[in-house]
Ligand binder design. Structure first.
Ligand SMILES: *Cc1c(COP(=O)(O)O)cnc(C)c1O
Length: 381
């Protein structure tokens, strides 16, 4: 019987050659040739004003929130149905978290509930594009601009996805990518920040280089480099960038491969959705997604637990996702939920993610599909 993991870290084969090149070039710290190649590739491909590699999606978010320059007591609006990193970035700069409910169709922040949560202390809206499917960015940007707020896109799952022709991560003021091993395109640990307004370029480079103007020095724009601002070390090693370069060169191949599994799941579960045994994820017509995730929603928590156990008994790893942040110990300490929790908790209780990774084999897909079907057939007896 096959053992089907939930995720397998992507490897296209050229990674080791590029890593060796970095070693042979005697350049393994950050900001060498591979980092530059990755950044330029993303700037071209996503039509991004400026992209900087970071050590993780989490530190990309940290950088974005540092650039937002919050004052103590300022408020940040975000969904509760997200990964902790979306929230910790805001907590690290002293912000109070205001959680807003999600839409049940995409599991993204409900754009119609944002405006009521805005106070004179609100400075930033952080949106998270769940499963690489875009939030309603036109509406969100309009609300932000009218209220003088900055927008940070947690596009950790949204690399290679788009909204009305624009790459995710390029629509708000800042976009944050993750290249963790669980993401579509990886460097082990790593990420990138997209800076969509040139006015933030200089400060971003300074924050990333331990508060120094080292980048300007290397470009010959200043004649010595010195400590000028707060900062941290947000730049990843060339070894990781070399791994990512191999992945970016094959990004379309990786996406297509994942899409094959996604489409096959979708097609196979259509009848379960039509008979209302499950709900499938909704992809709005103007969103192109990247097959980051395939999830189904069962009737309730009990049925979901039974399904996960059923699959586990057949050595197939299916996993639930976020426990809403507002009900977690840290969420209670650092934030509050605005308005009613109509969908966040109820929908997260029903959701389960199916195995999906680059290089998934046909027989593996079929095993997942057949065992899922058997679960629902058993239930009707
Ligand atoms: C993966 C992920 C992150 C964190 O990325 P890391 O690279 O693991 O730090 C942040 N937000 C979301 C929504 C994610 O899925």
């Amino acid at each position: 019987m096959s053992n089907i993991p939930f995720n397998v870290p992507p490897c296209v084969g050229d990674e080791i050659d590029y890593i060796r090149q970095a070693i042979d070039a005697h350049k393994i710290c950050g900001d060498g040739a591979f980092t530059k190649k990755c950044q330029s590739w993303m700037e071209d491909r996503f039509r991004a004003q400026k992209v900087l590699l970071t050590t993780s999606g989490t530190t990309a978010l940290d950088m974005a929130l540092l650039l937002c320059d919050l004052q103590p007591g300022d408020e940040v609006i975000l969904p509760s149905y997200t990964f902790s990193s979306t929230a910790t970035a805001a907590v690290m700069v002293g912000a109070k978290l205001i959680f807003v409910d999600i839409r049940p169709d995409t599991m993204n922040i409900d754009e119609t509930k944002i405006e009521a949560a805005i106070t004179e202390k609100t400075k930033v809206i952080i949106v998270m594009h769940y499963a690489g499917v875009a939030c309603e960015m036109d509406r969100i940007m309009e609300i932000a601009r009218r209220n003088g707020l900055l927008v940070v896109e947690d596009a950790a799952q949204g690399v290679m996805s788009s909204y009305k022709g624009k790459a995710l991560g390029t629509i708000g003021d800042f976009g944050c990518f993750s290249f963790h091993e669980t993401k579509n395109y990886s460097m082990g640990e790593g990420g990138a920040i997209l800076i969509n307004t040139p006015a933030f370029n200089d400060r971003a480079e300074i924050l990333r280089e331990k508060g120094t103007n080292r980048s300007r020095f290397f470009r010959g724009q200043v004649d010595k480099y010195t400590w000028v601002d707060k900062g941290d070390s947000f730049l990843p090693s060339e070894l990781n960038a070399a791994y990512l370069w191999a992945q970016l060169c094959q990004a379309d191949v990786i996406t297509e491969d994942r899409m094959k599994t996604w489409n096959e799941y979708r097609e196979s579960f259509r009848s379960l959705a039509e008979t209302q045994r499950i709900d499938l994820q909704v992809i709005p017509s103007y969103c192109v997604h990247n097959a980051h995730m395939f999830y189904i929603k069962l009737r309730n928590l009990e049925e979901r637990t039974a399904y996960i156990d059923w699959m586990k008994g057949r050595k197939i790893s299916c996993v639930f996702h976020y426990v809403p942040l507002h009900s977690s110990p840290a969420g209670l300490r650092f934030g509050r939920f605005f308005g009613e929790d109509s969908y966040t908790t109820a929908e997260s209780d029903r959701l389960v993610r199916l195995p999906l990774y680059y290089g998934m084999k046909q027989n593996e897909r079929e095993t997942v599909i057949n065992n899922t079907r058997e679960f629902f057939e058993r239930e009707t007896e």
